[in-house]
Design a protein around this ligand. Structure first.
Ligand code: ADP
Ligand code: MG
Length: 680
């Protein structure tokens, strides 16, 4: 089996699953093996049934005595089993899995993991994970080679119809064959110096660890690889660019730019003016720009980008403006239309559902793959670039390159400390909007105890009666927008409808809606025909409704502070006093304290730093989660490790810029960056 083997050719996958897997961008054997767990359930404690305690998370191993499914009065299926070991019996309950009785029969030896609930004196195991085992009576539990129970159990990012259990089973099938042919691409010298484990070991341990120590050593190795590879990419790109790539040299028409800024209903901030200066200076050079524009939500990045795009237009060149979501693309399209159409620019939109090209065309991924610009492209703008992979970025570069390479401007609200951004991307220039437009108010933020939830609803109701609007972000169930998250959002939505006065209109927004439906809901919210917008956490960007004054966030403790700050930035965009209400499922003191820093701190960068400190290296949830650097696993807060990876990358390329002596490493790099395997 090769890393490039298509995923549908793997044992037990086929077309049915492969189309679902492609939603998670899993297309090859390598993709599957590099689909890493984001956490582990600790079910390693195998208990005797008589010793189980209420609320405990554990595993038991025994034999099924009896099992049957019944239909409840509400038409649901309930499966009830009794499982016995040498110490006693326990009742096991599953809901809505009628097929279970086909696989599990009386006499089946079984291993179960889940949470115990004691009712009366009878302990019950509710909806546990299960697997059939060889022998129920062994005391050497590890000899059973269980995958889903009785051990540290990997939990994966899921998608519709594909569960963590599925991933565990398939990866267990695929991994041994994948590792058989796998040679470590990392030079022996580096492995020794950095005290790393081998690549096959690391891949095995990340999926099937025997201890949290295994997880740590695996993460260290795989994280180091990510850092090293990204450094190699970045340094190689720098070399390439110096060698051959020529960008269009533009002229700056000062009066026309001034006319544009004078036409705006506000005055640009000093920071905006500085950023515009830096970016326009890039455009006058022959070397293709690669600049990152960082600025908090609401700091006014769009107009900065629009000015650069307009300059490109004035030079007879097209500009592309890519957004991560359709919602955001439409938002930008609207803004650019307002500003630039009066100046004679044809603004286009290119998404899954609408396709009209222009001189400046806004769009989603589709823009980068299917749009064919009429004129030479002078500038590519990528908003919230952390949502795009590095590979996509490279692809974008290649496809639009004819005689020239376009200049590249990426934008993000993810506050990555400057030093960190520069160490990670050696070839990147940085502009920062560290100043908010005048008159922006601080959003009054409160961590609200659960017992005051109804007061919060009352408060929202009052705001709506005064003409305002509100967001309610539903609980974060999983890191990706899976069916589980959407289902939870729908349930929450139904509950919320009951809570509010009938006159108040609620709308539900989630990632699985068709783009037409999304647009309709957002338009209604814009027009104040929806008063409260209930949304999953994934739909966080691209809504600009100055009339909204309340942002209520459920399970706020699951977010990084910087992400909460971004969500909070959806309100307080107009003249009205605005509020952010944070609810937490955890009452742990440090968790509440972390959230409370939202009450005091109103700068994204500072919040990111606090998160780094409070959660410690290895738990930079906000940053890793945002996928800013497209890292799955590397701890980018570990500056020492980042620096070491950079040093190794330099040494490797200094000695051998084309990696002739490290063919395996070159192969790995080519896989990540098709750019380098193609001739210029
Ligand atoms: P972001 O940096 O989050 O992309 P936007 O570009 O969407 O921010 O700007 C947020 C809002 O602020 C928009 O409504 C925009 O018109 C407005 N805005 C931008 N710059 C200024 C400014 N200098 N003064 C006042 N309002 C501004
Ligand atoms: Mg923006």
């Amino acid at each position: 089996m090769l890393p490039t083997t298509p995923i549908e050719n793997l044992p037990g996958v086929g077309n049915f699953y492969s189309s679902r897997l492609s939603k998670l961008e899993l297309n090859t054997a390598r993709d599957l093996v590099y689909h890493f767990p984001f956490r582990y359930e600790d079910f390693s404690q195998v208990e005797q049934i008589r010793d189980v305690v209420d609320g405990e998370k554990l595993s038991i191993q025994g034999v099924i005595w009896q099992i049957r499914s019944v239909r409840t009065r509400t038409g649901k299926f309930l499966t009830n089993a009794t499982v016995a070991d040498t110490s006693g019996t326990i009742e096991v309950i599953w809901f809505n899995q009628p097929y279970l009785t086909k696989t599990l029969k009386a006499g089946t030896p079984i291993s179960l993991s889940g949470k115990v609930k004691v009712e009366g004196s009878r302990p019950k195991l509710m909806s546990p994970t299960w697997e059939i085992i060889r022998s129920p009576l062994t005391t050497d539990h590890s000899s059973l080679n269980t995958l889903h129970t009785g051990r540290l159990v990997a939990v994966y990012p899921e998608t519709e119809g594909i569960t963590s259990k599925w991933f565990r089973a398939k990866i267990a099938l695929v991994l041994p064959r994948y590792l058989e042919k796998l040679e470590d691409y990392l030079p022996e010298k580096i492995i020794k110096e950095e005290k790393l484990i081998s690549l096959p070991d690391a891949l095995k341990k990340i999926h099937q660890p025997d201890s949290f120590e295994d997880v740590e050593t695996a993460r260290k190795r795989l994280g180091f690889d990510e850092l090293l590879l990204i450094q190699l990419v970045s340094l190689k790109r720098q070399l390439e660019r110096k060698k051959s790539r020529i960008a269009p040299k533009m002229k700056i028409e000062k009066d026309k730019i001034e006319k544009l800024t004078a036409s705006l209903p506000y005055k640009l901030t000093t920071a905006q003016n500085r950023a515009i200066g830096e970016i326009l200076a890039d455009l006058t050079r022959q070397e293709a720009a690669n600049r990152l524009l960082e600025g908090d939500v609401g700091s006014g990045k769009t107009i900065v980008a629009a000015t650069a795009a307009y300059t490109s237009f004035l030079n007879g060149l097209d500009a592309l403006f890519a957004a991560p979501t359709e919602i955001l693309a439409f938002q930008h399209y609207k803004t650019l239309n307002e500003i630039l159409t009066p100046l004679g620019v044809k603004v286009g939109i290119w998404t899954g559902s609408k396709k009209t090209g222009g001189n400046i065309t806004v769009g989603t991924h589709a823009l980068l793959s299917t749009f064919k610009p009429e004129r030479q492209v002078g500038l590519v703008i990528v908003d919230e670039q952390h949502r795009f992979g590095v590979a996509q970025r490279a692809k974008l570069f290649l496809e639009n390159t004819r005689d020239f390479t376009p200049h590249l401007l990426t934008m993000t609200a993810t506050p990555i400390p400057r030093t960190l951004a520069l160490t990670l991307y050696g070839d990147l220039d940085l502009s920062v909007l560290d100043e908010m437009p005048k008159g922006r108010q601080k959003i009054a933020t409160f961590v609200v105890p659960n017992k005051k939830r109804n007061d919060a609803y009352k408060f929202i109701e009052k705001q709506v009666e005064e003409g305002r609007q509100a967001f309610i972000i539903t609980p974060f169930v999983e890191p990706s927008e899976s069916m589980v998250t959407v289902k939870a959002a729908k349930e929450e939505f139904e509950k919320l409808k009951e809570k509010f006065d009938k006159k108040i209109k609620l709308g539900l927004l989630h990632g699985q809606l068709k783009s037409k439906e999304k647009e309709e809901i957002i338009n209604k919210f814009n027009a104040n025909k929806i008063h409260i917008l209930v949304s999953t956490p994934v739909v966080e960007v691209g809504i600009d409704v100055p009339n909204a004054s309340v942002m209520m966030i459920e399970s706020a403790e699951r977010f990084g502070l910087a992400q909460l700050h971004q969500l909070r930035g959806r309100v307080g965009r107009g003249e009205y006093k605005s509020y952010c209400l944070l609810f937490s499922e955890s009452n742990a003191e440090n968790s509440i304290n972390r959230l409370k820093s939202m009450e005091k701190v109103h700068v994204g960068f500072e919040l990111a730093e606090i998160d780094l400190k409070m959660r410690g290296p290895g738990e930079v949830f906000g940053l890793r989660q945002s996928g800013f650097f497209n890292f799955k696993i590397a701890d980018i807060a570990d500056r020492v490790l980042v620096a070491r990876a950079q040093q190794h990358a330099r040494q490797i390329l200094e000695k051998d810029p084309d990696l002739f002596t490290s063919p395996l490493l070159k192969e790995e790099l080519d896989r990540l960056n098709p750019e380098y395997s193609q001739p210029n």
